[in-house]
Design a binder for this molecule. Structure first.
Ligand code: IZC
Ligand code: ZN
Length: 419
């Protein structure tokens, strides 16, 4: 058995106690200033003060011990990005220009652009092209420190193209070192031909697409874009209840632009997460806390849409566990960088660097049901970790516009070059 001992490092990580971290606990990290990490076959065998970890390594007896000097750098868990739309075929730079000139995001969608232009691009792309594009974004994310992530479908909007997207996501999961969770987001927009009868489209999603997704076992979660002019609360409830009946976990794009009560629906359904929440009311945030729903916040979207940020402090004060994600997509938030998201969370949502790190790692892993193997440097989990160009995780918010992630390790292996 090969053992690796990573030493000469300051280790900072949230501690997994079996639940996402809420309230004060979100900001409490374990620190080992003279830390070490012992890795066996890609898993964490011991973590803590160097002396204790060395003793644990000896206690394990036979086998080679490879020592790796981390050069005094800070070690944190690999980032987990629990909300992305990275599977797309074309950029939307004209839409960016329209938004800069003042046309609102939802107005562009209403006029048949936005998500619907991505739908046309996916329909026109071959599976091979879509695969190459998606892999490119996943590799960029990996080089910036994201070792696990979620990808949604939702640019297909018919059975053939939704399944094509989910197959591509599955192939990227197989062919890249990143752990990838797929989410079925057939309810992302109403296609042109159902414009006058969106309920009929919801029926198509439930009666035709969902059973196929289930039969082929190609998604773990189902999500809905619940928003003015997209899917109503009633339509979202119908869709998500059907998904639950098929045994899928559920998520909801909630209160991104308008407060429709998506956060309350997430609480009612005991969804795994409610995402965005820029416009969520205090009352509905409290309902989420009572139901144990994770708030996945996407501050790069508020940044790109020039909106007010979600009320992270209110959520933390009310014991809602907060996760952070990029929302990487060609429309409202085009970034693969979790470091950028952490910077925005700290400087614009007033999270502490420790709270933001927990949001970008352990709570994010819970938000995609991956905490058993990722999200913290606890014994038994995968050795997915980063070495930072600084002494503390605060460097991630402090040094803007560059990557402070000097080295990325996935299951104990250094990622030198992305495939
Ligand atoms: O392509 O615009 N908000 N869906 C809901 C998105 C943003 C992605 C997009
Ligand atoms: Zn989204």
């Amino acid at each position: 058995m090969t053992q690796q001992l990573f030493h000469n490092t300051a280790i900072c990580s949230p501690v997994d106690r079996g639940l996402p971290l809420a309230g004060i606990a979100q900001g409490e990290l374990a620190h080992f200033n003279n830390g070490a990490l012992l890795v066996e076959d890609g898993l964490i065998a011991a973590v803590g003060d160097e002396k204790q970890v060395r003793a644990a390594a000896k206690g394990k007896g036979a086998g080679e011990l490879e020592e790796i000097d981390c050069g005094g750098r800070c070690m944190v868990p690999g980032f987990v990005d629990p909300h992305t739309h990275m599977c797309f075929a074309a950029l939307r730079e004209e839409e960016f220009a329209l938004r800069l000139a003042g046309t609102p995001y939802l107005e562009i969608l209403r006029q048949g652009g936005g998500i619907l232009s991505s739908v046309r691009a996916v329909a026109a792309a071959s599976e091979e092209e879509l695969f190459a594009n998606t892999l490119g974004h996943v590799c960029t994310a990996l080089s910036l420190g994201t070792t696990s992530l979620e990808i949604k479908s939702g640019y297909g909007l018919d059975t053939e193209n939704e399944l094509k997207m989910l197959r591509v996501i599955g192939r990227v999961a197989t062919e890249s070192p990143v752990d990838i969770v797929a989410t079925f987001l057939g309810a992302h927009a109403v296609p042109e031909k159902y414009k006058t009868d969106p309920d009929a489209f919801v029926s198509l999603l439930i009666d035709e697409m969902l059973p196929q997704v289930k039969k082929q076992n190609i998604a773990r979660f189902c999500d809905v874009f619940c928003e003015t002019g997209v899917f109503s609360i009633e339509q979202s409830r119908r869709m998500l209840q059907a998904a639950q009946a098929h045994g899928l976990g559920v998520k909801i794009h909630a209160d991104e632009v308008n407060d429709l009560g998506g956060a309350r629906l997430a609480a009612e359904l005991r969804a795994c997460s409610a995402d965005h929440l820029l416009a969520a009311s205090a009352e509905n945030i409290k309902a989420m806390a009572r139901a144990g729903v994770i708030a996945t916040l996407l501050p790069a979207t508020a940044y790109s849409l020039r909106k007010n940020y979600a009320r992270a402090r209110l959520m933390i004060e009310n014991d809602v566990p907060v996760a952070l994600a990029t929302d990487c997509n060609p429309g409202s938030s085009f970034t693969e960088s979790m470091q950028f998201v952490i910077g925005l969370a700290v400087l614009n949502m007033h999270m502490t660097p420790a709270e933001a790190l927990t949001g970008a790692t352990l709570n994010a892993a819970y938000a995609i049901n991956m905490a058993a193997k990722a999200g913290s440097l606890d014994q038994g989990k995968q050795a997915d970790f980063l070495l930072l160009a600084g002494a503390t995780p605060a460097i991630l918010a402090y040094h803007a516009g560059v990557s402070s992630v000097e080295k990325v390790y996935k299951k104990g292996q250094e990622i030198r070059r992305t495939p």
